[in-house]
Design a protein around this ligand. Structure first.
Ligand code: ZN
Length: 182
């Protein structure tokens, strides 16, 4: 178990038509790819980390409160995985190969025990999917860069509200972080 798949914010609030802060169709188009990748990693004995945004309503101290409409509020259905990924997650949630963590910042490493879990398992290689490319994927990738991980960004597994932001981030992964975009 030396690889991990990080599934970042692939939740109803970020993906579903009725989601509170939805990427919409570009996000929905990732569904089959992410589900297939998750099944593949699990079948190969690799580690899966479902990293999920979480906010309190109208939190006056949270920097996102001024920037975005309320989303992924604690305990709401908007935090569930989108589509069939939720069923898949439920089928493996008790496995030692599965991690599910709430995060309150863009990076999946900020304020979570993700790094400790990866180090315990001597996992050096991370595969990133989810949304959005130039926000939570980017900030997670920068932390992974600073922590010395080898990182693969799956082009068919990431999307954004902004086509321009998406392309900019893919170039940044390749040309500034030196990560493989596959
Ligand atoms: Zn958020």
């Amino acid at each position: 178990m030396k690889r991990a798949l990080l599934i970042i914010d692939y939740t109803d609030d970020f993906i579903a038509d009725e989601g509170a802060l939805t990427v919409g169709k570009p996000g929905q188009d990732l569904h089959a790819y992410i589900l297939g990748l998750a099944e593949g990693f699990y079948g190969a004995g690799d580690y899966l980390a479902f990293m999920v945004d979480e906010h309190e309503p109208d939190d006056p101290y949270h920097p996102e409160t001024q920037l975005f409409p309320p989303h992924n509020l604690a305990g709401t259905p908007g935090q569930e995985m989108y589509g069939d990924l939720q069923k898949f997650y439920e089928s493996i949630q008790d496995s030692p190969q599965t991690l599910h963590r709430m995060k309150t910042r863009y990076s999946a490493f900020a304020g979570t025990d993700l790094f400790i879990k990866l180090r315990e398992r001597q996992i050096n290689e991370l595969h990133l999917v989810g949304v959005s490319t130039e926000i939570c994927i980017l900030h997670t990738a920068i932390d992974a860069f600073n922590l010395g991980f080898k990182v693969y960004i799956h082009q068919e597994g990431v999307a954004s509200f902004s086509a321009e932001g998406h392309e900019w981030a893919l170039n940044h992964f390749r040309n500034v972080l030196g990560f493989a975009v596959i």
